[in-house]
Design a protein around this ligand. Structure first.
Ligand SMILES: Nc1ncnc2c1ncn2[C@@H]1O[C@H](COP(=O)(O)OP(=O)(O)OP(=O)(O)O)[C@@H](O)[C@H]1O
Length: 701
C-alpha cells in the first residue's frame, strides 16, 4: 500500500472536504482555505486537525494536541477497554493502535501487521465522530476492515465496559451491500476475523439477511437461541421487507449504534435510493436512547464508504449525518482510479472481434502459471457467450468460471469459490462481480465492450491491483464504442497502450465453428442493443444506426453467415428506441404484422426483452451519473467490408407507418425484483437518459 498516501493528503476540515468533493471542485482553488479552516474549526476536534501533515504554523496548536493525544494513547494502551479513544490508530502499525489485544492479535494473524491509510484514518474518525463519516478510498485498499475493525471494537467495548448493548437483545451494527455476493463476502471476512476475537461460538454474532433465502430462514438465523446478532450484513430489499413485516426484527434494531453503507454510490442509485433513504429514516425514527451510554446522540452513526462518490451520497450524508459531515478522502487529487492498475485499450472493427480478442488473450496466456483474469461483459447472454466460447476454444485444462445474476445462488457461490481458490484461471462475469468482490491475485481484468456507467469501469478494473499489488486492465472496444472511451479519459483513466486489433483468420474460423451452433443468439443481440441503449447520451453519444448495424453484423459473424439478419419485432425495436428505417435496414422484421401486431415468435421475444427477460438479480445499476461527457468522435469510420446489407432474401416489404401508433405503455413497467423487495416504493418512474424509452428495463447484471 502507498503508505504516505493518506498522510500526504491534506485532510481538509469537513466543510472544505465537502466543497472539494462536490460539483464545485473546479472552483476549489478560489476557496480561501484559511478562512474556511477558521470558519469550520468548530466542526473538527484538534486531534483531527493535528493529524494532517504539512500543517501551517497557525495549526500548531492542533499538532501539540496530536502529540498529547499520542501520549494519552500510549498510556491507554495497557487498558484498551478505556472510554472512547481520541486517536485510535496513531500509526500504521496495528500494534500501536487501541484495538483490544485479541482483535490486534486476530488482525495481525489473519490480515497483516500494518493498517492501510484508509483503515488508519477512518478508524480514528469513525470512533470520534458523533453522527458518522463519509469515506472515499480506491478499490482494493482495505475499506472492509476500515469499517469492520471499529465496529468490532465497539462491540468489544460494549461488553467489557458493561455499557450499552451488553446483552444480545439489540443489533449493534447493520452493514448494507448492493449484491448478495458482496454481502456474503463481507459477512465471511468479518466472521473470519471475529472468530479470533470471541472465545464463544460466533455463529450468531454476524448474520446475513438477503434475498434468495426464504424469509423464515432469514428470521431463524436472526433469532437463533432467542438471541439477536450483533452485526447484520444485508441487502436492502430483504432488510426492508423484514423491517416492515417482522415486529421482532424491527424491535431488535431500536438500539442500533452503527449503519454502514458499503458501495454507497451504488446503493443510492436510482433503483435503491428510495429504499435506502427510507431505511435510514426508519432506523433513526425507531431509535431509543441506549441506557448508560455516554454521549449517545439518540440515533445511529451512519457511515458511507465507496471508491466512487456522487452527489446522491453527499445528499444522504447531509440528511443522515449533518450538513457538515466529515469526509475522509483517501484519493490523490480526487482521482478515483487505482494507479496500481495499468490500463490498455484495444480497438476492434466489430463486436465479434472484441470477443475474439478476449478469447485469444485467454488462449495465449492460459498456460502462464500466475494468469488469473476476470472478463467482464455487460449482459447475462454476453457472459454466457464468452464463457462458452472460451471453454470451447481454449486448451483443455483451462479453468473457466462464470458469474451472473441469472445463476442460482448456489451456483454463484460455487463458481466464486472455485475462482477464489484457483491459482490460475478465468472468471467471465457480469457487473455482479464489479463491486467489492475480492478475489486474490487477479492479474488481469478484460472488459469486452462498455460498462453500464463510468464508475462501473473504475470498480471493474479494481478487481485487479488490490492490496498493494500491480494489475493490468484491458478494455476492448469497437470503433463505434469509442465515444465512451473519451468519457472514461475525462474521468481520469489513462491508457498506457492504445492498439488496433488484427483478427487472425484461423482463430476466427475456429470460433465461428462453435458459435454457429449456439442457441438464443438473437436474444443475445437484443439484450446487447438494450445495454447500449441504457447508456446516457450525456455520457457518450453512441450512434444508434451504427450500433444497430454492429449488432446485426455480430449476429452474422456468430452464425458464420453474412446473408442472415437477426429477427426483431417492431415492439422490441420501439422499446429499445430504434426507428423503423434502422430496424428494417439491419433486422429481419415480421412480414405483415404492422405496428403493435404480433406474429410467429414475436410473442416470446417481445415479452422477454428488458425486465421481463428474467433479469432476476439483485443489482439495478440504472444510470444516475452524467456530466460533461458530450464528446463525439467522428474520426473512426466503420470500414468493415462485411457490412454489406445487400441481402434481398431478408428484405421485407413493409409500408412505413406512424411510429406513434406503436402500442407500448412506458409506464407499464415490471416491478424490479431485488432480493424479494416487493414494496410499492420500488415502482418508480424510470429515468430516460439513454435512447431507450425505458432505461430501467435494462438491468446490467
Ligand atoms: N491492513 C491490511 N494489510 C494487508 N492486507 C489487507 C489489509 N487490509 C485489507 N487487506 C486485504 O486487501 C484486500 C482488499 O480489501 P477490501 O476488499 O477491503 O478492499 P476495498 O477497499 O473494500 O475494495 P473495493 O473498493 O473493491 O470494495 C483484501 O484481500 C484484504 O484482505
Amino acid at each position: 500500500f502507498p503508505r504516505n498516501c493518506a498522510r500526504a493528503l491534506p485532510r481538509f476540515s469537513p466543510l472544505i472536504s465537502q466543497r472539494f468533493s462536490s460539483t464545485e471542485t473546479e472552483n476549489a482553488s478560489k476557496i480561501d482555505e484559511d478562512a474556511l479552516l477558521a470558519k469550520s474549526s468548530s466542526f473538527i476536534s484538534s486531534e483531527t486537525v493535528g493529524d494532517v501533515e504539512g500543517l501551517r504554523p497557525s495549526d500548531l496548536a492542533g499538532k501539540e494536541n496530536l502529540e498529547s493525544a499520542e501520549v494519552r494513547a500510549e498510556e491507554q494502551e495497557t487498558e484498551p477497554k478505556a472510554a472512547k479513544p481520541s486517536n485510535f490508530a496513531p500509526t500504521e502499525n496495528v500494534s500501536d493502535s487501541l484495538m483490544s489485544p485479541k482483535l490486534k492479535e486476530a488482525f495481525i494473524k489473519n490480515v497483516g501487521s500494518t493498517l492501510t491509510p484508509v483503515q488508519q484514518q477512518s478508524m480514528n474518525d469513525f470512533i470520534q465522530s458523533e453522527a458518522g463519516i463519509v469515506v472515499r478510498a480506491k478499490t482494493g485498499t482495505g475499506k472492509t476492515y476500515a469499517f469492520g475493525i471499529p465496529v468490532m471494537q465497539d462491540m468489544i467495548d460494549a461488553v467489557t465496559s458493561k455499557k450499552g448493548l451488553r446483552k444480545n437483545d439489540y443489533v449493534n451494527t447493520v452493514i448494507f451491500a448492493p449484491t448478495r455476493d458482496l454481502a456474503t463476502q463481507t459477512a465471511d471476512s468479518l466472521s473470519h476475523l471475529w472468530k479470533g476475537v470471541s472465545s464463544k461460538t460466533v455463529r450468531n454474532d454476524i448474520v446475513l439477511i438477503m434475498g434468495q433465502m426464504s424469509k423464515s430462514a432469514n428470521m431463524s438465523s436472526f433469532r437463533r437461541h432467542g438471541k439477536v446478532p450483533r452485526i447484520v450484513v444485508a441487502t436492502p430489499g430483504r432488510f426492508l421487507d423484514l423491517f416492515e413485516s417482522e415486529p421482532s426484527f424491527r424491535n431488535s434494531l431500536k438500539q442500533l449504534k452503527n449503519i454502514i453503507i458499503d458501495e454507497a454510490d451504488e446503493l443510492l442509485n436510482t433503483n435503491f435510493k428510495e429504499a435506502m433513504t427510507d431505511i435510514i429514516k426508519d432506523l433513526q425514527d425507531i431509535r431509543e436512547p441506549i441506557p448508560d451510554l455516554e454521549n449517545d446522540i439518540g440515533r445511529p452513526k451512519t457511515m458511507l464508504f465507496s471508491a466512487t462518490m456522487d452527489e446522491d451520497v453527499f445528499d444522504l450524508a447531509k440528511s443522515a449525518i449533518g450538513e457538515h459531515f466529515p469526509f475522509i478522502d483517501v484519493t490523490e487529487h480526487g482521482s478515483e482510479v487505482n494507479e496500481n492498475i495499468k490500463q490498455k485499450l484495444l480497438v476492434t472493427d466489430s463486436i465479434f472481434q472484441s470477443y475474439e480478442a478476449a478469447t485469444r488473450f485467454v488462449s495465449e496466456h492460459s498456460r502462464d502459471p500466475a494468469f488469473k483474469a476476470i472478463i467482464f461483459v455487460s449482459t447475462t447472454a454476453g457472459v454466457d457467450l464468452a464463457y462458452r466460447t472460451i471453454k470451447d476454444v481454449s486448451e483443455r485444462g483451462t479453468s473457466v468460471y462464470q458469474l451472473h445474476g441469472k445463476l442460482t445462488q448456489g451456483r454463484r457461490n460455487s463458481q466464486q469459490k472455485g475462482f477464489r481458490l484457483s491459482k490460475r484461471g478465468v472468471l467471465v462475469a457480469s457487473n455482479v462481480a464489479a463491486r467489492g468482490m475480492d478475489f486474490p491475485n487477479v492479474t488481469n481484468v478484460i472488459q469486452i465492450g462498455l460498462s453500464p456507467e463510468v464508475s462501473s469501469h473504475t470498480h471493474r478494473i479494481g478487481r485487479t491491483g488490490r492490496a498493494g499489488k500491480k494489475g493490468e486492465a484491458t478494455l476492448i472496444v469497437t470503433n463505434t464504442e469509442l465515444p465512451y472511451v473519451s468519457a472514461l479519459k475525462k474521468q481520469g483513466n489513462r491508457f498506457a497502450e492504445d492498439e488496433h486489433f488484427e483478427s487472425e483468420p484461423e482463430f476466427e474460423a475456429k470460433m465461428k465453428s462453435f458459435t454457429k451452433e449456439y442457441d438464443d443468439l438473437e436474444q443475445m443481440i437484443h439484450s446487447y442493443l438494450s445495454s447500449y441503449a441504457s447508456i446516457p447520451q450525456e455520457v457518450a453519444r453512441l450512434r444508434k444506426d451504427r450500433i444497430a448495424k454492429d449488432c446485426s453484423v455480430f449476429y452474422q459473424d456468430l452464425m458464420d453467415d453474412n446473408t442472415t439478419k437477426p429477427f426483431m419485432s417492431y415492439r422490441s425495436a420501439s422499446k429499445i428506441g430504434l426507428d423503423t428505417r434502422v430496424l428494417m435496414k439491419f433486422f429481419n422484421v415480421p412480414r405483415s404484422a404492422g405496428y403493435g401486431g404480433r406474429r410467429r415468435n414475436d410473442e416470446d421475444e417481445d415479452e422477454d426483452e428488458g425486465s421481463s427477460r428474467g433479469y432476476r438479480n439483485d443489482r439495478f445499476g440504472a444510470n444516475r451519473r452524467g456530466g460533461e461527457y458530450g464528446d463525439r468522435r467522428s474520426n473512426f469510420g466503420y470500414t468493415n467490408k462485411r457490412n454489406n446489407y445487400s441481402n434481398k432474401r431478408n428484405r421485407r416489404d413493409f409500408n412505413s407507418r406512424d411510429e406513434s401508433k406503436v402500442s407500448y405503455n412506458a409506464n407499464n413497467r415490471r416491478k424490479p425484483d431485488f432480493n424479494g423487495y416487493s414494496n410499492e416504493r420500488s415502482n418508480r418512474a424510470p429515468r430516460r437518459d439513454g435512447w431507450m424509452s425505458r432505461t430501467s428495463d435494462f438491468i446490467p447484471e
